[in-house]
Design a protein. Structure first.
Length: 543
């Protein structure tokens, strides 16, 4: 009758080469079965398999089941193909082999490593330790190579995610490149459009659900696309929700920017993910085709940072939400509804009021405010548009006088230094031949001058590139004008126009407000450069 009731333990991690038969589950099973056939004192009573689990951790389901069987007396022998199948972390592996298994009287056999605790000298501590350290070292080596390969791909702008973000799909020709999924991208564009028009995230989600549009997770499932657990779906029914909408609105990937490496593990033995510092993230511009323009994305981030609450039953965010400031106390003004004879009137007022410290509380009718802001915005847009041709000439002149002068001076100075370093360097050999310098000093000075020369040459190249870029892209400094020109035919005030063009509206009293427009610094600089009248200042008082 067999003396030992053995459990066959098999393990294969995701990092093992699954195309190799040597470590496959079937091969491990065959080796163990052949061993048991040739050892009549051993009887197989169970088999435990951990497929897809690293040997660096012992929190594996089948391994824990095996321990329970050992504690319950169901088995008194553990057989593995080799020690690496049992575990690769040498400290924990040693603890199990030297303390845990012996404490329960369990025989341990690693067939290919010729380790059998029932045989004298076959399980020598030195042999076990060396084998464990080698297995641990192997895992560390695999981890280093994997991390290096992934880091290289990230720096190269390759997408290494398991599945594509909603709106994109992986290219069939290159799995590390994202291409636009036209259907999903159209939904993303609609989400941005509605939010720019002032529709709240909750309302957008409700609209998409009412149209029967599948949420990102459901869409990927229905189309057989890879999808993460949870993903954008934050509810059990996988419907669109405000959280899902906000995630999409905040994801810069839709502008063509790829940001990777936000999370990682501390080392190869710890599998818990930690968030890295933003400085360690790997950012790649223009990694793939954009779905949303950079301007719209930046505008959306500004909108998301504003107070955008809506009243019950409202579909959109209030026109001036987050932008209206009380001139008396600096607090944000709130919208108030006043019913009178069956008609609703809307006002903006200071929530603090005179009783709570505001020395000049104001209550302003919304219709008057809209009319005033609309006319002021139209006038400012006309002023900005009239500046364009003048500023182009001023900008070209500024480039010629300022940037060219600045970069030329810096380039000339660096070239002078480079010439000096090269002269010193060329004289070293002559001084060495004459015996003025020793061989050691000659080598030291030559290395130093070579390093200085490389640094200066790199600086000159960078300065020349900056100068060339400035000359060829001078018009980019005037792009702020386009933000105003796109609203040149403005007839009715919209939330998008208000948020994109206005920084704040300060209510001084019932007849006076001060509007501070966006791009104030650019506008003021244009005034100084172009001789524009003072009444066109970015911050204007409107009566």
């Amino acid at each position: 009758m067999p003396k030992y009731k053995a459990v066959k333990y098999l393990r294969l991690s995701d990092t093992d080469d699954r195309l190799s038969e040597s470590d496959s589950i079937s091969n491990q099973r065959k080796i163990i079965d052949d061993f048991i056939k040739n050892n009549p004192d051993i009887e197989s009573v169970s088999e435990k398999v951990d497929d897809g689990f690293s040997g660096l951790v012992f929190d594996r389901p089948a391994f824990k089941e095996m321990l329970e069987d050992i504690k319950g007396g169901k088995t008194n022998c553990v057989i593995v193909k080799d020690m690496s199948r049992f575990g690769r972390e040498y400290i924990e592996t040693g603890r199990y082999l030297r303390r845990v298994l012996p404490a329960y009287g369990v025989r341990f056999i690693a067939i290919l490593d010729n380790i059998d605790t029932a045989r004298e000298n076959s399980a020598d501590d030195l042999i076990v330790s060396v084998k464990s350290i080698l297995n641990d070292s192997y895992s560390r080596d695999i981890s280093v190579k994997t991390r290096s390969a992934l880091a290289a791909k990230r720096k190269n702008g390759d997408y290494i995610g398991a599945c594509a973000v909603y709106g994109y799909t992986k290219s069939r020709e290159n799995k590390n490149r994202l291409i636009i999924d036209e259907y999903a991208a159209s939904v993303v564009r609609d989400i941005y459009r509605m939010r720019l028009d002032g529709v709240s995230a909750a309302r957008i989600a409700g609209e998409l659900n009412s149209l029967g549009l599948q949420s990102p997770l459901e869409y990927k499932k229905a189309n057989g696309l890879p999808h993460p657990t949870g993903g954008f779906a934050d509810r059990a029914d996988s419907k669109w929700s405000a959280t899902t909408i906000i995630r999409i609105l905040k994801d810069e990937i839709y502008t063509g920017v790829l940001i990777q490496g936000k999370q990682g593990t501390l080392n190869y033995k710890i599998k818990d993910l930690v968030t890295k510092a933003e400085a360690d993230w790997i950012r790649t511009e223009n990694a793939h085709e954009a779905i949303i323009s950079k301007d719209d994305f930046d505008l959306l981030q500004k909108i998301l940072n504003l107070d955008t609450r809506t009243a019950p039953g409202e579909n959109k965010v209030y026109l001036f939400s987050g932008l209206l400031v009380c001139g008396g106390c600096g607090g944000r003004m709130t919208r108030k509804t006043v019913p009178y004879k069956g008609i609703k009137y809307f006002y903006y007022c200071c929530p603090s009021g005179g009783k709570n410290g505001c020395h000049a509380p104001v209550m302003l009718k919304e219709s008057d405010l809209i009319e005033c802001v609309t006319e002021s915005l139209k006038a400012h847009i006309r002023n900005v548009a009239s500046l364009e041709s003048l500023l182009e000439a001023v900008d070209r002149e500024a480039v010629g006088k300022e940037l060219v002068k600045k970069y030329t001076v810096q380039i000339n100075e660096n070239e002078r230094r480079l010439d000096q370093v090269n002269r010193f360097k060329s004289g070293l050999y002559e001084n060495y031949i004459k015996g003025i310098l020793s061989k050691q000093d000659y080598k030291a000075f030559k290395a130093k001058y070579s390093e200085d020369s490389n640094i200066i040459e790199a600086a000159i190249a960078r300065l020349k590139a900056d100068l060339d870029d400035a000359l060829n892209n001078r018009g980019e400094r005037l792009q702020w004008i386009e933000h105003f020109k796109q609203f040149s035919d403005l007839k009715e005030l919209s939330r998008k126009a208000v948020v994109q063009l206005i920084q704040s509206i300060r209510v001084i009293n019932k007849k006076t407000i001060q509007i501070t427009f966006n791009y104030e610094a650019d506008y003021m600089k244009a005034i100084e450069s172009g001789g524009v009248p003072a009444d066109s200042m970015a911050e204007r008082e409107v009566v």
